[in-house]
Each structure stands twice: as C-alpha cells, then as structure tokens.
Design a binder for this molecule. Structure first.
Ligand code: MD3
Ligand code: FE
Length: 204
C-alpha cells in the first residue's frame, strides 16, 4: 500500500504558460553560459542519460573519479555557475518555508529516451531544507517511494509548469523518472523535458 510521504506537495500548473516561457528563456541564457554536459556515475564512469548544468553558488556534478558532489565551478569550463534567476528565488521564498536562500539549482535535460533511476538525494549537508522542483516541456512519469528502497512506490505524471515541494519526510524519499512522453508539450522547440531543482546545500 503506497501513501505519499509527509511533506510532499504537488502543485500542478503552478506556472502559467507565459511564466514558463519567461523561465525557459532564463534557462537558455544559463545554458549559453554553462553548457549542458553528460555526467558520469562514480567508479564505473557509466554516463547518465540526463544532461545537466547548474546555476547558483554551488552546482551538483558527478564524474568517474570524484563522484557525486557540489562545487562552485562548471566541470568543463571551470567558470563559476551563473546566478539563480530572481523568478526562482521568488518561488523559494513563496513555497520553501525555510529561512535560508537556495544555493544550487540543478538543471536536468531529458530527451525522449532519458531516464533517472530510483535514488535518494543526500549529497546536501542541510537535509532540513526542502527541495523545490519545476518541470518544463514534455510530461514525465515520476515515481516516488518511502525512505527505504524496499518501500512501496507510487507513480504520477509531472507536466510543464508543475512544481513539487519535497519537505519533511519526503525530503529523503526514493524517487526517479521512469519515462518521458514525447510530443506532450510545445514549450521546447525540439521537445524534451527540463527539470529544475532548487536546493540549500550547506547548513544556514
Ligand atoms: C523527492 N530530479 O535532480 S524532480 C534530481 O525530474 C531528481 O529531474 C528528478 O531527482 C527530475 O535529483 C525529480 C522531483 C524531486 C526532486 C528531488 C527530490 C523529487 C524528490 C528529493 C527528495 C524526494
Ligand atoms: Fe533526486
């Protein structure tokens, strides 16, 4: 029997289409400064199917030799990450109910065949802070479970403009992206899905 973890909030259609378009332009400017790259799994070096970049003081990166971590520079350009757009800082202030600013915004880009396996987010020192997620472009099938990998999971769709708040117990829930539904949004010219996650990394 699956029950959503406490603190999990799905806000369908939180961003209207015009705001999604404005946010997408801001993300395009970030990607122009900090290009999407293909991250690799620790030790095996197996490439992730999701391409990534970041904005904010810190960015989440992974590669074969150094594994999962936060760092202040892009792994390929060695430039500092671009700033988090004000629209996303406003979102955090509206929904996070947390007294410290977000430090990282991970930008995930999914093509039609990209997936993200079931995992927990535990690379942050501050596990009290919520994670905020914004979806843009094609709909995905998202899966969420409990704090143990063995716990039952439930699935639902995340569509363009949806926001998810992962607070409380849900912060350490296992989650992943099982599939992308191509052609479900016209926001991105060439299709695909973008997910933005806003995070506090270090204790405030
Ligand atoms: C539940 N991203 O970047 S967003 C990730 O759609 C990640 O790209 C997925 O998992 C994506 O780590 C899911 C929704 C999400 C984000 C963080 C969570 C759900 C979460 C943290 C804890 C529990
Ligand atoms: Fe995650």
């Amino acid at each position: 029997p699956f029950a959503l973890p406490a603190g999990f909030r799905h806000l369908p259609g939180f961003f209207a289409l015009e705001d999604q378009k404005a946010l997408l332009e801001e993300i395009r400017a970030i990607v122009a400064q900090a290009p999407l790259y293909q991250p690799a799994m620790p030790r095996t070096g197996k490439p992730l199917s999701v391409r990534m970049t970041n904005c904010g003081a810190l960015g989440w990166v992974t590669d074969k030799d150094n594994g999962y971590r936060y760092q202040p520079h892009h792994p390929l350009t060695n430039e500092p990450w671009p700033a988090i757009p004000q629209r996303l800082l406003d979102l955090w202030n509206e929904l996070a109910d947390y007294p410290h600013e977000p430090q990282a915004c991970l930008v995930n880009f999914y093509t039609a065949d990209a997936r993200m396996g079931l995992h927990q987010d535990r690379d942050e020192t501050d596990l009290q802070a919520p994670v905020l997620s914004v979806s843009l472009g094609d709909t995905c099938l998202f899966r969420v479970g409990g704090t143990s990998r063995k716990d039952a999971t439930g699935s639902f769709k995340l569509a363009s403009g949806d926001v998810v708040v992962l607070g409380g117990q849900s912060r350490l829930a296992f989650h992943g992206v099982d599939r992308i539904y191509p052609g479900t949004s016209t926001l991105l010219k060439n299709g695909g899905r973008i997910n933005l996650t806003l995070r506090r990394v270090t204790a405030g």
